[in-house]
Design a protein around this ligand. Structure first.
Ligand code: PEP
Ligand code: MG
Length: 584
């Protein structure tokens, strides 16, 4: 494809696939609030009610978490926000104005609440000025909830969403509206929005910088999620080319379907288990269809993004049990909430560096009530002995022993309650922080298995934000430091006799797979859609050659050398079919 044509934008290929559809420009931040008139007053009042209820729910969730972490005093901010939502004078004023002026509720919410913030800002008291930010927050929350309603009904289906930035929750929300693809100005390959697009099988190109500038609502768009390019209003030739590519893709899918029931092993008999990552519950059918040999990572925090609040123990138990039963007798690894970072932020803490902040196991150990509810639910779902539990963001031995202590506590409680569970439930940890990689020998003594989270490991090892396209060139999975760190983790893990898997996105990169197997990984956990292709690759390789390949890569000093070596290996060893698949 000629990328010099001026209707082509180049970005980062974030989720494979091709889509041809009309553009829908989603302006999240800049959404203007118009004073549009309404015709249906009852519907507007109802929308206001639901937005207030939703905001209340969100704030309650935030409040309960904030109490644990910040203490009653600081958490009171959120309680105060809930009180504003319940202020009868404010609410009835807005309601009356909707009835009288017949304007959209978001305009009146903005107008009424802004009166308060203006007054507070005019005050000389710094305390009052600070409070005005809280009120501003609540105003934005209500407006966002009012808008979401509108958004759902506006995005019908068959559109490509064009936006400056995509959050994980947007990704799920839009996918439910049957969106055909994503195009963003910002974002990196391993941002959670990109991972989710792959899980949801929605092609995505991110980091285009000028997509929202150049693309207009309704433009016909081609997304090429293999090459990372977007074509705006394609000419006839471009359209015909891509229609043909789409046909070819279907043929390739059929080709890959044929090996579905064959084992995932190299030509010389080395078995490499292929498991699936699960982010959204709708993936389950796909996971079974593509014959995953288990579920190597359940991102529970994503799973519950589909719910309005953290589900209680019973609800979580039902969800875990259902997944465990569907995949039985294969194993499911449930990772406890990895909240924070770029994922569902439970508390509006405005952390200066969320990726280095209150995330994963740190938040869980600071919120033992929340943590124990989840542990109990996982234990209860383990009675058929095919459930394992895994902790995210481990960086110290204390975090492992303390988590295990809480598991023991939950086990005792459940035994006393005469509830069934697997007394020997497998416990594992993610190795995704450099300190854990360094300490893997000692950490491995504490657990049954380890799983390498390359998305974070690379980010923290190289000090490169995984979601920032500006530094995407520096986010290098073939950096010698990454390859050598992987080698260290795998060898030390094996010496300690634990199983070593990888569930980061690197495991689904066709060019990385020969290296990873050569380094000795026992299993790979990838998004369900990647399983057939990765299996096809594994089945075309010779383990003995891969060990040599890995040893060669360990000697190189630069990313360029390793990358070149792996591409050369791939091009000479892997069949044409796979090359075609990757190149579209
Ligand atoms: C990882 O960091 O590689 C990983 C699998 O976890 P997540 O992408 O959810 O942070
Ligand atoms: Mg991670």
């Amino acid at each position: 494809m000629d990328t010099k044509q001026d209707n082509i934008l180049k970005g980062i290929a974030a989720a494979p696939g091709i889509a041809i559809a009309n553009a829908f420009i989603y302006e999240k931040e800049k959404e203007s609030i118009s004073d549009e008139s309404i015709t249906n007053v009852d519907e507007a009042l109802q929308n206001l009610d639901s937005a207030l209820a939703q905001s209340r729910k969100e704030l309650r969730k935030i409040f309960s978490l904030a109490v644990d972490k910040l203490g009653e005093k600081r958490a009171a901010i959120f309680d105060a926000q809930i009180m504003i939502l319940d202020d009868p004078i404010l609410i009835s004023t807005i309601q009356n104005r909707i009835k009288k002026e017949k304007k959209v509720p978001e305009f009146l919410v903005e107008d009424e609440i802004s009166k308060y913030t203006r007054l507070m800002n005019a005050s000389n008291e710094s305390y009052m000025k600070e409070r005005s930010h809280d009120i501003e927050d609540i105003k934005n929350r209500i407006i966002r909830n009012l808008k979401k309603k509108k958004l759902r009904s506006r995005i019908l289906n068959d559109v490509v969403v064009i936006t400056s930035n995509l959050s994980p929750s947007d990704t799920v929300l839009f996918a439910r509206a049957d969106v055909k693809g994503y195009v963003t100005d910002f974002g990196g390959l391993t941002s959670h929005a990109a991972i989710l697009s792959r899980s949801l099988n929605v092609p995505a190109v991110v980091g285009l910088h000028e997509a929202t500038n150049k693309i207009k609502d309704g433009d016909l768009i081609i997304i090429d999620g293999f090459f990372g390019q977007v074509i705006i209003n394609p000419d006839e030739k471009q359209l015909a080319t891509y229609k043909k590519k789409l046909e070819k893709l279907t043929e390739h899918d059929e080709e890959l379907n044929k090996i579905k029931d064959l084992p995932s092993q190299t030509i010389d008999g080395r078995e490499v288990k292929l498991l699936a990552n699960l982010d959204v519950s709708t993936e389950m059918d796909f996971i079974l269809h593509n014959r995953a040999q288990g579920i190597g990572l359940v991102r529970t925090e994503q799973l519950f993004e589909e719910h309005e609040e953290f589900p209680d123990e019973e609800k979580q138990y039902q969800i875990y049990k259902s997944i465990a039963e569907q995949i039985y007798p294969d194993v499911i690894i449930i990772r406890t909430f990895d909240i924070g970072g770029d994922k569902v932020l439970p508390v509006d803490l405005h952390e200066p560096n969320p990726m280095l902040g209150w995330r994963g196991i740190r938040l869980l150990l600071d919120s033992p009530d929340l943590f124990k509810v989840q542990i109990r639910a996982v234990l209860r779902a383990s009675s058929h002995k095919n459930v394992k539990i895994m902790f995210p963001m481990i960086s110290s031995i204390y975090e492992i022993t303390e988590s295990k202590r809480l598991i023991d506590e939950c086990k005792k409680e459940l035994s006393a309650e005469k509830v069934q569970f697997d007394k020997n439930i497998g416990i594992g940890i993610m190795i995704e922080i450099p300190s854990a990689a360094v300490m893997v020998k000692e950490f491995a003594q504490e657990v049954e298995f380890i799983s390498i989270g390359t998305n974070d490991l690379i980010q923290y090892l190289l000090a490169v934000d995984r979601g920032n396209d500006i530094v995407s060139k520096q986010y290098q999975e073939f950096h010698p430091a990454v390859v050598r760190t992987l080698k260290h983790i795998i060898s030390e893990g094996k010496k300690a006799d634990v199983s070593v898997s990888m569930c980061g996105e690197m495991a689904a990169d066709p060019f990385a797979v020969p290296l990873l197997i050569g380094l000795g990984l026992d299993s790979l956990s990838v998004s369900a859609s990647a399983i057939p292709l990765i299996k096809k690759i594994i089945r075309s390789l010779n383990y003995k050659e891969l060990q040599v390949l890995a040893d060669e890569c360990l000697l190189f000093k630069s990313e360029t050398e390793i990358s070149k070596h792996l591409h050369h290996f791939f091009n000479t060893k892997i069949q044409d079919l796979i090359k075609n698949l990757i190149r579209g």
